[in-house]
Design a protein around this ligand. Structure first.
Ligand code: SF4
Length: 312
């Protein structure tokens, strides 16, 4: 059954009949794809040697005031870019990306198109797709929607942004973000299992939690990783700690303190404080190179964990 009629796929549950008008995420009934590319700058086990087979969808259930993809993600812009893809065209696209050497199929901001993606992935697999499928999400997910991805998503790349309701309310218009994101993460771990990386370095299954440390908000970053550790244990996910925030895309907020701090980059002190806590809690994963505008990563800040070198 198609769930975009009276849509409640994401926690906004805006109830839109997207065949008639776009939902609060800006998405109509059919997937709109802004870009298809081999993407070399995802985390190393997602990009592999040749790049992740990224398919960028327009629209987003969140509305982050610092979004770097605002030209395709905001409600106003969601219908202005890219083109509509049918289920068959999506399936063809996945197969073409695999032929081009993609390590994974990387579905970016896919949630509003969950149902058609479940069918398109199944069709591509029937026609020979074998590489892992990555659900690359902003983390604002419902457990039921995540649960329906069993058999579709091998890997979740879960951008867990905030815990504080005040922060997520001010910056993403979603005071309930942390509550939903934490519950959804548990479901992702249930669906995808523990992190497993093949001998070729490509992730076969499991969850990578991404977290962008925001300037002036490192206490909330620490709260996020503590909550994940307390709820599920640090070994249940890989953690990708990002430092790439730049104020270039910041659209402003009514909160004076936040508004001032988000007009600068994150300091080394702020980032290191979060990294040290992640280390202390025993998270394994990736950190971004500091002082570089590029999104490059240093894999694994602790000793390699050979148990994760597990071929499928
Ligand atoms: S996915 Fe979009 S249309 Fe569906 S509930 Fe969320 S915001 Fe509304």
């Amino acid at each position: 059954m198609e769930r975009n009629k009276g849509c409640a796929l994401c926690p906004r549950a805006c109830g839109a009949d997207r065949a008639v008008h776009p939902g609060a995420c800006g998405c109509g009934a059919l997937p709109r794809v802004a870009r298809v590319m081999l993407h070399r700058w995802e985390e190393p086990p997602i990009s592999g040697e040749r790049g992740a087979g990224a398919v960028f969808f327009t629209g987003c259930p969140l509305g982050c005031v610092f979004c770097q993809n605002g030209d395709i993600s905001t409600r106003e812009n969601a219908s202005k870019h890219g083109g509509i893809y049918t289920e068959k065209e999506l399936s063809d696209t996945f197969l073409t990306l695999a032929e081009d050497g993609a390590a994974t199929i990387d579905l970016v901001s896919p949630t509003p198109f969950t149902d058609v993606l479940i069918r398109a992935v199944a069709d591509a697999r029937k026609r020979g797709l074998t590489i892992p499928v990555v659900w690359n999400t902003g983390g604002y997910e419902k457990r039921e929607t995540v649960s329906s991805l069993r058999g579709t998503a091998d890997v979740f790349l879960d951008d867990f942004k905030f815990l504080s309701p005040a922060l997520s309310g001010a910056l993403a218009g979603a005071p309930d973000y942390g509550e939903y994101a934490l519950a959804a993460l548990g479901e992702m771990i249930g669906v995808a299992g523990e992190p497993r990386i093949g001998g070729d370095g490509v992730m076969r299954s499991g969850v990578i939690v991404r977290h962008l440390v925001l300037p002036g908000c490192s206490d909330d970053s620490i709260a996020v990783i503590r909550a994940i550790n307390e709820s599920y244990g640090s070994s249940s996910v890989l953690l990708s700690l990002m430092s790439q925030y730049t104020p270039d895309f910041f659209r402003g907020t009514d909160d004076g303190r936040l508004d001032r701090s988000l007009r600068r980059r994150v300091t080394t002190y702020e980032y290191e404080k979060v990294r040290e806590e992640a280390n202390r809690l025993g998270f394994d994963g990736f950190m971004q190179e500091r002082g570089s505008a590029s999104a490059s990563y240093t894999p694994v800040w602790d000793e390699p964990d050979n148990e994760r070198e597990n071929n499928r």
